[in-house]
Design a protein around this ligand. Structure first.
Ligand SMILES: Cc1cc2nc3c(=O)[nH]c(=O)nc-3n(C[C@H](O)[C@H](O)[C@H](O)COP(=O)(O)OP(=O)(O)OC[C@H]3O[C@@H](n4cnc5c(N)ncnc54)[C@H](O)[C@@H]3O)c2cc1C
Length: 343
């Protein structure tokens, strides 16, 4: 999570509020979800060329010697992390303790009055009445457009690994610009967690979203490729025991901004989708169109640090939901780099 990476975008206030609220919740709720502030570093690594030119800061000692830290993208004042599953569980427990009721099931439709006003939802064939409905089905919110006139939402697939590995002594989140021996460009992200594990994600793909969320599985060979990339810039981490191989889909809207607010014409329900800018490893990710986060237009055609001084923004534009893309790339470009524009 970042305090200020959405500054200057329409999501600035939302991102800042979210950052502060996470700190507040960590204080207020007596539970544990690995919240902590930490520094975030921008790292460049290439198996094809010397990137030493970009080295601006000393690298943590668990990184490969040829990995260059080109920037401090965030400090403990501006970047923080959570374990998302633990966070979700803890907040749910807190809600239950405060009187909420949890029903686990599949929402199959809305209950609407003759005037179109939403009166509840159908969950596994049973009606649950309500005076407001919040649609928060992530990329599966697209299915809710069968019920309501909703903006388009797409699913962008990502992969992740959880390693049994705890870098010492000080944890750093890493946003890595990586070039493989084969010339493939990738942008893995690394988050050491307080529980002695390290989460690494990346490797986006445009594999279609399965209708059933339980059917999401990693692409064939995805975990091995992500592990190999990890070993390129952090050999001990890449060689550590893998505790989980995961895939997930993040929701992406046409304009790249979070979809939050009332559904036009539906009178009562709220439409919410918290979306984030994603990673994109494949060249062409930023082309725009279906399943593509256009905020990162063109950003994945070359290691960003090699292309631009705007690495922080480039690392995901507004990573907490805004529409910020780097305005321009300057010198030091690799072939294939490009201009990106604020949306
Ligand atoms: C690899 C990766 C890295 C990311 N990194 C970051 C990051 O660093 N920082 C950040 O802030 N965000 C990050 N994100 C994005 C973040 O995870 C998503 O934006 C966030 O999870 C979206 O939350 P959500 O609740 O809207 O949707 P989801 O988390 O997708 O949850 C939707 C839920 O709805 C359920 N569902 C779907 N259909 C139905 C139905 N009919 N009935 C009942 N339930 C249903 C699904 O099973 C799912 O549990 C990342 C995402 C990925 C994939």
């Amino acid at each position: 999570m970042a305090l200020d990476w959405c500054d200057g975008s329409p999501a600035e206030a939302l991102a800042r509020r979210s950052f502060d609220l996470h700190a507040e919740l960590a204080q207020r709720i007596d539970d544990e979800w690995g919240y902590r502030r930490l520094d975030t570093l921008g790292v460049v690594t290439s198996a094809r060329r010397d990137v030493g030119f970009y080295r601006k800061l000393a690298a943590p000692d668990w990184l490969a010697g040829d990995a260059a830290v080109h920037a401090r993208l965030g400090t403990a004042e501006t970047t923080a992390q959570v374990n998302p599953a633990a966070f979700t569980g803890a907040v749910m427990r807190a809600a239950l303790a405060a009187g909420a009721r949890l029903t686990i099931g599949t929402v199959t439709g809305l209950v609407q009055g003759a005037d179109g006003a939403v009166q509840g939802v159908m969950v596994d064939g049973q009606e649950i009445a309500g005076d407001a409905v919040v649609i928060a089905m992530g990329p599966w919110s697209a299915l809710a457009s069968q019920w309501l006139p909703l903006p388009a939402v797409y699913g962008l697939k990502g992969h992740s690994l959880v390693f049994r590995y705890a870098p010492t002594p000080v944890p750093h989140a890493l946003f890595v610009e990586l070039e493989t021996e084969a010339g493939t460009l990738a942008s893995p992200e690394v988050f050491p967690r307080p529980d002695g594990t390290t989460y690494v994600c990346g490797l986006s793909s445009e594999a279609p979203l399965p209708v059933d969320p339980a059917a999401v599985v990693p692409d064939e060979g995805g975990a091995a490729r992500l592990r190999a990339m990890t070993a390129q810039f952090a050999p001990a981490l890449g060689g550590a025991e893998v505790l989980a191989e995961q895939a997930c889909y993040r929701p992406v809207a046409e304009d790249g901004l979070p979809l939050i607010g009332a559904v036009p014409g539906a009178r009562v329900p709220m439409w919410r989708r918290a979306t984030l800018c994603g990673d994109a490893e494949r060249p062409g990710y930023g082309r725009g169109g279906r399943g593509v986060d256009r905020r990162r237009s063109g950003q994945d055609r070359g290691p960003r640090a090699l292309r631009s001084g705007t690495a922080r923004a480039a690392r995901g534009g507004c990573r907490a939901g805004g529409g910020l893309a780097p305005k321009s790339h300057q010198s030091r470009d690799l072939p294939g780099s490009c201009e990106c524009h604020a949306r």
